[in-house]
Design a protein. Structure first.
Length: 348
């Protein structure tokens, strides 16, 4: 995508078709709908809506759509259309490449966005963006990688060499410091950083780079290419973001929706992360058990209709569930139940 594009441009430059009937004919749908009037209808209907940019594909797409479903943000995305009107709130979703979202948010063209911290850092719009909520997915690290058997095994040894990356701003930043350090040590060096759009791991094997800067999560792609990581530039996860200074398009009527979305998404994330534990325990063993299940704020303790016994309920982290149950049993807890949370509200 070249040049700044507002969602309005996006809407008016996009062919609006009806939601595609399966195997439907776009052209026929367009003419029966009347593309001109449909487009002005769409542009009109965006005016009173909060614009929310979400990744249109790739690693963050599915989890983002899951989050929106959990937050009861209902939409139908028409075939080939990058704008979807939310049915039950005055919100319009704008589907954009993850790496373009920081720019749209920073410019105030949209009032909310979901994208990775890595592309925010790469965009250099960081100051114009505020992070509202970490989302707990899309976790990865941006790392310098070199061939395991290669001659250059440190970033200092890469000074003056060739680096391939999709993160050329962050890579330039790092290697200008590496070059400066090399110069201070009496070795003149200018590392060349080449932009590559994808499949960056192939660059070393193809002889076009001595090292790469790319994202690593499981490490499978890196290892498959015979590379290993020698330096971490940053860790990243998906975040909910907004412009650091609200834009005029965020009217007083729309402003409360930002907080509503943030709270709903935080509730969905907490419900994915926690389960609800409940058990009975003799009062004499209560203090030990409460150390195992302290709860997010505090556990609920209520009397049982049996002398000397209490019932406890508390939220615990899902990933610690088995260990917590083991420890509770050892501490004398009985009738231990673990209940999944469908949704919840937490302080954010
Ligand atoms: N392996 C990974 N594991 C977890 N998160 C990742 C991983 N790779 C990328 N991400 C996160 O997802 C974001 C989008 O990356 P992805 O590779 O899906 O890009 P994309 O939207 O398909 O764009 P393009 O293919 O054009 O680069 C990244 O900026 C990063 O925050
Ligand atoms: O450590 P791993 O779990 O193997 O993940 C790392 C890979 O994931 C990303 O690419 P992606 O697969 O999204 O495709 P791309 O190369 O087209 O960007 C990233 O660029 C790495 O190639």
């Amino acid at each position: 995508m070249s040049g700044a594009q507002t969602p309005m441009n996006l809407a008016s430059s996009t062919t609006l078709s009806r939601p595609a009937p399966s195997g439907g004919n776009d052209r026929a749908a367009k003419s029966s709908f009347g593309s001109e009037s449909a487009m002005s209808l769409l542009v009109d209907s965006l005016k009173d809506r909060l614009l929310f940019a979400i990744p249109k594909k790739g690693r963050l797409y599915e989890k983002t759509v899951e989050l929106l479903a959990g937050a009861d943000i209902k939409f139908n995305r028409a075939h080939r259309l990058d704008v979807a009107l939310v049915q039950n709130h005055p919100i319009a979703l704008v589907f954009l490449p993850a790496s373009d979202i920081p720019r749209f948010v920073a410019l105030g063209s949209v009032s909310l966005g979901i994208t990775g911290q890595d592309v925010i850092a790469e965009s250099t719009h960081g100051d114009a963006i505020k992070e509202l909520l970490p989302l707990g997915f899309g976790k990865c690290k941006l790392q310098v990688q070199v061939p395991v058997t290669g001659p250059k095994q440190t970033i200092e040894e890469l000074a003056g060499g060739r680096i391939a990356t999709s993160f050329n701003v962050l890579a330039e930043d790092l290697f200008s410091k590496v070059d400066a350090d090399a110069k201070a040590a009496g070795k003149e060096a200018k590392t060349s950083v080449e932009y590559v759009g994808g499949s960056v791991e192939a660059a070393c094997a193809l002889g076009m780079a001595d090292g790469i800067v790319d994202l690593v999560e499981s490490g499978d792609t890196m290892r498959a290419a015979g590379l290993h990581a020698i330096h971490t530039l940053m860790s990243s996860e998906a975040v909910l973001i907004a412009p650091s200074t609200p834009h005029a398009s965020l009217t007083p009527e729309l402003a409360p929706i930002v907080d509503m979305i943030k709270r709903r998404i935080a509730g969905v994330i907490a419900a994915q992360k926690y389960v609800y534990a409940s058990y009975n325990i003799e009062r004499k063993n209560l203090q030990n058990a409460l150390k195992i299940t302290p709860g997010r704020r505090a556990p609920t303790v209520s009397s049982l209709d049996e002398e000397g016994w209490v019932a406890v309920s508390s939220m615990i982290e899902k990933k610690q569930m088995a260990q917590v149950m083991d420890e509770l049993e050892v501490s004398g807890a009985q009738d231990i139940l673990i209940l999944a949370l469908n949704n919840c509200r937490v302080n954010v």
